[in-house]
Design a protein around this ligand. Structure first.
Ligand SMILES: Nc1ncnc2c1ncn2[C@@H]1O[C@H](COP(=O)(O)OP(=O)(O)OP(=O)(O)O)[C@@H](O)[C@H]1O
Length: 137
């Protein structure tokens, strides 16, 4: 991997390599963090339901809220890992940095819960009145 500051690594633009890096990061975030994995699975289920109901705006809203939650969770884990790498001993500054990172993840998770909760309740109410809607939207 190229380090543009040190001038080391393989130069040049390689989109496939970038994609591989993105998927590797996602794999780390989802496989090694159960709290992220179950949220992604939950979102996927609700996304499929929104797709079957042809509720495109709801689909987009769930998609954006899930993306926001994933971004914040991944940044939070990254900051925690950098902190632990730089200072594994007890340190007040590290504690404050980690707390701030956790706060940003907490806000994104709160928004995700509000969106997902609203969407699930809406879908249940919808299907209670028109149960065949999932087959014949
Ligand atoms: N080196 C440290 N010095 C001082 N306080 C710390 C330190 N490491 C962690 N903490 C405190 O413990 C809290 C939890 O940190 P930790 O790294 O254990 O995250 P976590 O609970 O594993 O979070 P997540 O579930 O997102 O992985 C931090 O928010 C911080 O307040």
């Amino acid at each position: 991997m190229r380090n543009k500051f040190l001038g080391t690594g393989v130069p040049g633009y390689n989109p496939l390599r970038k994609l591989a890096v993105i998927f590797s990061g996602l794999r780390f975030a989802i496989i090694y963090d159960l709290s992220v994995a179950y949220k992604v699975v939950l979102s996927f289920g609700v996304l499929v339901a929104a797709f079957l109901l042809r509720a495109w705006m709801d689909f987009l809203l769930i998609f954006v809220a899930t993306g926001l939650m994933l971004i914040a969770e991944i940044f939070n884990s990254t900051i925690e890992a950098v902190c632990d790498y730089l200072q594994s001993a007890e340190d007040r500054k590290i504690g404050a940095i980690k707390d701030m990172a956790a706060a940003s993840a907490g806000i994104a998770i709160f928004l995700w819960i509000v969106v997902l909760g609203y969407e699930v309740v809406e879908m249940i109410l919808h299907l209670r009145h028109k149960p065949l809607l999932i087959v014949f939207p």
